[in-house]
Design a protein around this ligand. Structure first.
Ligand code: MLC
Ligand code: AMP
Length: 514
């Protein structure tokens, strides 16, 4: 079944009810369920009018808006494959994604149209539209000419629905291919596991405060699918603003955030227990939630954050229990979700007993179909018996609770965004006068972890850390830019000549008071 059809079945019978209310547009906007249905139908008809081959890629790098959500739904309806892209990506990054995915359609913001269109047309894309967060842009202008009824294109469970780029540990980003079946299976599991259905059946209605970006798994699939499948209203923030979010919690029942959002909410004096009185669920994920934050949240609001664990390649894998709340354990990501297999293996692939630390491997209906046009990489990331190697390191206790203790992949997670040191080092190493560099993650009170670079100059070259930072800001997404650059005489190496990143991490661990 087309994922859209399944989500659509969750819409309330009365389509005149409010589905989404914007919280930070110049004036509040109220979109009904009928608006989501009709808006996405018009956009789907626009896509259909282009006579594209089935499952063409549609790339979107647009600011968050309800129209962007409609575009996502339209791509599903039309039987194409959505390629959501972080708005922070710059030309070099976008050029790679477009070159690799070969989208038939690219939708970008007006301010980026010049360089995005040039990049896209050079790569053979025929259709480039604009969409801004004020309901303007050529995409909507064109869609206005199309009918507001559309029959979703049938999709088999194995048909591709989305490609999410996740950077590689070496080399360039890999596009994780997620199918209609992957996404629907996960949405249905979370629907049950987190009680979305229960609330609706009892006659109440969940209200989700949606304050995450919609170009990643957390904001796009976990949050939006949860709300749509249960017919729950969303209070929609285009940008996360702790004071604004705190002010809307009294009307809400569900909130989802990366740990940085919880840290920032806790720093907001307006957040009180009374404000959270109607809330039934706070979910955290995408990065480790510090036990201090978990406990501070309990004390301030009286609620226990439910931490869950997932990936772009797998959607959600484990979750602390919804009920009873007392079964949620801080510092753990809970047991495997129904239908998901989670196991821990030694470096050599041997099974490990409960409580022992090893590589986390997973299988289940939401595990992706492979990396786009990278069969070799796909094969490397799966075991012989078909389990996906997450690159996370952890243990599973006797009662099934999973604790993540680290990562075997060289990855920094900063404010919920992934930063791959190999990619950043590559950009630094290309700079004039640079012999080599190493990027490590160090603790940070706001972002959890941030990147810090050590750079070695070529003999005779003089380097300036600030100049390196300024040059990086011109080239890569801002969240990937290291927070500090140190010019050093050499990098610490072990007897094998390998850079000892653990020593660099140790050296800089207190840089931000961590
Ligand atoms: C912004 N900045 C960051 C950053 N976000 N630096 C490091 N890490 C980040 N995540 C920097 C910018 O570079 C800029 O620096 C300055 O902060 C202000 O930028 P901004 O865009 O105004 O920041 P802000 O709006 O405050 O954004 C912070 C944030 C955002 C926490 C709201 O990062 C965010 O929305 N994070 C959520 C990411 C997310 O949804 N992850 C889910 C992935 S899915 P300068 O120097 O340029 O001024 C996944 C799977 C799963 O992982 O399990 O869910
Ligand atoms: P991404 O590729 O952006 O989907 O990031 C996936 C990675 O985020 C996982 O492999 C984990 O390393 C990390 N992650 C997600 N949820 C959690 C969590 N609750 N705790 C710790 N790490 C997490």
């Amino acid at each position: 079944m087309n994922l859209f059809t399944a989500l659509r079945a969750g819409f309330p019978a009365d389509l005149a009810r409010i589905a989404v209310e914007t919280a930070d547009t110049p004036a509040p906007l109220h979109y009904t369920w009928g608006d989501l249905e009709r808006g996405s139908a018009m956009l789907a008809n626009l896509l259909a009018s282009l006579s594209l081959p089935p499952r063409s890629r549609v790339a979107m790098q647009v600011d968050k808006s309800v129209e962007a959500l409609m575009l996502y739904l339209a791509v599903l309806r039309a039987g194409h494959v959505v390629l959501p892209l972080n708005t922070a990506y710059q030309e070099a990054e976008i050029a790679y994604f477009i070159g690799n995915a070969e989208p038939a359609v690219v939708v970008c913001s007006k301010r980026n149209f010049g360089w995005v269109a040039r990049t896209a047309f050079n790569a053979g894309t025929k259709h480039v539209y604009t969409l801004d967060d004020d309901r303007s842009g050529t995409l909507l202008d064109r869609a206005a000419f199309h009918a507001d009824r559309h029959e979703p294109v049938p999709a088999a469970p194995d048909d591709l629905a989305a490609i999410l780029y996740t950077s590689g540990t070496t080399g360039r980003s890999k596009g994780a291919m997620l199918t209609h079946g992957n996404l629907l299976a996960n949405a249905q599991v979370l629907h049950e596991a987190w009680g979305w259905a229960g609330v609706n059946r009892a006659g109440g209605h969940d209200v989700l405060v949606h304050a995450l970006p919609i170009f990643h798994v957390h904001g796009l699939f976990v949050a939006i699918h949860g709300a749509l499948l249960s017919g729950s209203r969303m209070i929609w923030f285009n940008r996360f603003d702790p004071r604004g979010v705190a002010a809307r919690l009294p009307e809400a029942t569900v909130f989802m955030g990366v740990p940085t959002l919880y840290v920032r909410l806790l720093a907001e004096p307006a957040l009180t227990r009374e404000q959270c009185a109607r809330m039934r669920l706070f979910v955290s994920g995408s990065a480790p939630l510090l036990i201090e934050t978990f406990e501070a949240w309990q004390q301030r609001t009286g609620h226990t954050i439910l931490e869950r664990y997932g990936m772009s390649e797998t959607v959600m894998l484990t979750s602390n229990p919804y009920r009873p709340e007392s079964a949620r354990r801080g510092g753990t990501v809970g047991p495997a979700l129904p239908g998901v297999g989670v196991r821990v293996r030694s470096d050599k692939g041997a099974p490990l007993p409960a409580g022992e630390i090893g590589g986390i491997e997973v299988e289940g209906p939401s595990v992706f179909a492979g990396y786009w046009r990278m069969p070799q990489k796909t094969a490397e990331e799966f075991t012989a018996d078909g389990w996906f190697k997450t690159g996370d390191v952890g243990r599973i206790d006797a009662d099934g609770y999973v604790t993540i203790v680290g990562r075997s992949k060289d990855l920094i997670i900063s404010g919920g965004y992934n930063v791959y040191p190999a990619e950043i080092e590559g950009f630094i190493n290309e700079m004039e006068g640079v012999a080599e560099s190493a990027l490590v993650g160090v603790p940070h009170p706001d972002f959890g972890e941030v990147g810090v670079a050590a750079v070695v100059a070529r003999p005779g070259a003089a380097l300036d850390g600030e100049a390196i930072l300024a040059a990086l800001k011109q080239r890569i997404a801002n969240f990937k830019v290291p927070k500090r650059v140190f010019v050093v005489p050499d990098l610490p190496r072990n007897a094998m000549g390998k850079v000892q990143k653990n020593l660099l991490r140790e050296q800089h661990k207190s840089l931000f008071g961590g």
